[in-house]
Design a binder for this molecule. Structure first.
Ligand code: MN3
Length: 202
């Protein structure tokens, strides 16, 4: 098997009350697992088995839809688990905080714009904070697309991603996507985001 489901770095119930245990169990164990399984099936016997998810995404126009959907799904969810952690939230510091202030005026403005990108993404998709040519940008992508993909209208190095598919929140929040987004800020692991920012700057 080329790709494997990464284990969650915390327990299913660790993100409560903001994201409930049952949602995490299904989201990680069923949804993410299905992306991994379907990606492996879609690339079986091809050269893509030797590539990283990043490399596949950057050349996604060369692949069939099954690779775009499931390769994106695998990359996006792996990132998503890694930028959340229990007892986090708050605000970034250091170079990332300065870059956010420079791009969006203030951390509060950034949060408002990012929340809005997630809330207004029609149907299923993701909200993103990316770094591109030394500047930060907020945007969103449909389905399991992401800003690494050569087919995406919105491009950059993903620093922070928010899953706004209904499967990410419906059990607990039903149709109240904005409530899910508001609660999710309590989980953002800014240390992990800052590490991605410094990697992207290299
Ligand atoms: Mn999801």
């Amino acid at each position: 098997m080329a790709f494997q489901l990464p284990s969650l770095p915390y327990a299913f119930n660790a993100l409560e009350p903001h994201v409930d245990a049952r949602t995490m169990e299904i989201h990680h164990g069923k949804h993410h697992q299905a992306y991994v399984t379907n990606l492996n099936n879609a690339i079986a016997g091809t050269d893509a088995e030797k590539l990283s998810p990043e490399e596949i995404c950057k050349n996604i126009s060369k692949y069939p839809a099954a690779v775009r959907n499931n390769g994106g799904g695998h990359y996006n969810h792996s990132l998503f688990w890694s930028i959340m952690a229990p007892g986090k939230g708050g605000a970034p510091s250091g170079a990332l905080a300065e870059a956010i202030n420079a791009a969006f005026g203030s951390f509060d403005n950034f949060k408002t714009q990012f929340s809005n990108a997630g809330a207004t993404r029609f149907g299923s998709g993701w909200a993103w904070l990316v770094s591109a040519e030394g500047k930060l940008h907020i945007g969103s992508t449909p389905n399991q697309d992401n800003p690494l993909m050569d087919v995406s209208d919105f491009k950059g190095s993903p620093l922070l991603g928010l899953d706004v598919w209904e499967h990410a929140y419906y059990l607990h929040y039903q149709n109240r996507r904005p409530d899910y987004i508001a609660a999710w800020w309590n989980l953002v692991n800014w240390d992990a985001v800052a590490e991605r920012y410094s990697e992207a700057a290299k």
